[in-house]
Write a protein that binds this ligand. Sequence first.
Ligand code: ZN
Length: 170
Amino acid sequence: MNAAGIKSFTPESIRTILQEVKDPEVPVLSIEELGVLCDVKLTDGQFEIIITPTYSGCPAMHAIMEDIKSVMEKHGIHNFQIKMIYSPAWTTDRMSETAREKLREYGIAPPSQSTTSHLEVLHSGKSKPVTCPYCGSTETKLTSAFGSTACKALHYCNHCRQPFEEFKCH
Ligand SMILES: [Zn+2]
């Protein structure tokens, strides 16, 4: 507590604080970088944190909301509410180039196509090559539309001979 007793927060400083909230599945990415954090508004002394799910029914969203609460409370902010919006829907376009780069460094291919098209690829056998995050080769093969979580697809790189995951949504 400072002399005034109350710290003054602005929507901008709240956004900075929320950088501490990471995607539970990809801990190198903050919800801001991921594009999950849409907006922070201040209405009648109450902060409104607006988020959009990356994947409908994504179990990570619950963890993200819990993390937002604990980060806010850690900073002594209690006058806030979290609002989840579904429109406009999250698309991979919301992910910044920096975020994509961090994903690659983490060993996950950035999103390139939807679940529907992944399933089509598996059924048709026609492959849209995804670049391997390890060696940069496009000699890769989709092995499963679902990786370790519903938000990821599994690929295999024929060049460096190792499996890798691709972050995908919608
Ligand atoms: Zn490779």
